[in-house]
Design a protein around this ligand. Sequence first.
Ligand code: BGC
Length: 421
Amino acid sequence: MLKVSSMRLSCLSVAVLAMTAAVAAQAGEVEVLHYWTSGGEAKSVAELKKIMQAKGHVWKDFAVAGGGGDNAATLLKSRVVSGNPPSAGQIKGPAIQEWASEGVLANLDAVGKAEKWDSLLPKVVADVMKYKGNFVAVPVNVHRVNWIWANPDVLKKAGVAGMPKNYDEFFAAADKIKKAGFIAVAHGGQNWQDFTTFESVALGVGGVKFYHDAMVTLDPKAISSDTMTKALETFRKIKGYTDPAAPGRDWNLATSMVMKGEAAFQFMGDWAKGEFMAAGKVPGKDFLCAAAPGTANAFTFNVDSFAMFKLKSPDAQKAQGDLAAAIMGTEFQEVFNLNKGSIPVRLNMKLDKFDDCAKLSSKDFVDTAKSGGLQPSIAHGMAVKPAAEGAIKDVVSQFWNDDKITVADAQKRLVAAAATK
Ligand code: BGC
């Protein structure tokens, strides 16, 4: 008996070994560096892993915790500098150009041409993915940053009728919420979250032209203007509605405070929706989304993308090409974005499985592209080079955290930070 089963077992192992070898002959490894580690984010990236594994490739996960991606960027640098880059890294906006100019990115034109990316992407996005006319990165989604999220039960209990459309309405609502014993604003005190809120406030207080001049072209006149004074004052006022435990808190924990009914609002991009959805919450019923106060006619975009690094092994190169093609494929664009809270970046996708927040986002993306309201997010690496972004982010966060820094002083520091090369 024992003999038979061990014979069977060894036949089986031979068969399994043979099969594994057959797969291994075509399989390549893709090592993917990303910072999607929260509940909704992890579910989203797992979809890409599934697609790659179904193609027979080996997925090597290189996840680096830390919202906004600063930790991931640091680790990526050290890997590339030591001559051992991953296949793909989550890099976006002007940082793609910086990496490409170092000569370390792969040319993806073969797959980009075969898959007709130029006709499947908005031109403004395709341009960011290219260096000297060649594709070096591939986009996964369009996130909108200028959102405010809310718990409808808390609003109801506090006697707040609806989502605030401007800052007068916002502060009136926040006072009622505070009085009713809730935290008005769930905030995670990390510099990129302070910056995310600031960006939406600057847009809401100053409007599209001001945002563009101050945060995209970094015009010192706009940064020193009275409008910026008002934006900083409004930003500081919001801090009074956050709780004392905010410093250091991760963004998804702040989202969960809204979910649980401890807090009313959160200023955050629509990756927050990914968290609500991962927890089984229903948009419109368990949580509300609206453009941040004063920003209904604008859209700060944040396009996540993967830049691909030059690799030596032909198998790994093949796997890398398959990864790039999969990312732009309709299957991935749908399932990833349903989980992530964003909308597909690929044009002409059906949105019937998407909720009303995503549909509003998609409509506003198209409308604002025509009106000029479509603006790159500075807090999420889309508007300016990483050095200036980092310097401005530091000033904004220092101002938020230290009440002794006056608004006038912050404006001076911002002008200096904006000049960082
Ligand atoms: C990224 C999102 C991510 C968020 C929080 C943003 O900069 O674009 O994909 O979910 O940071 O980590």
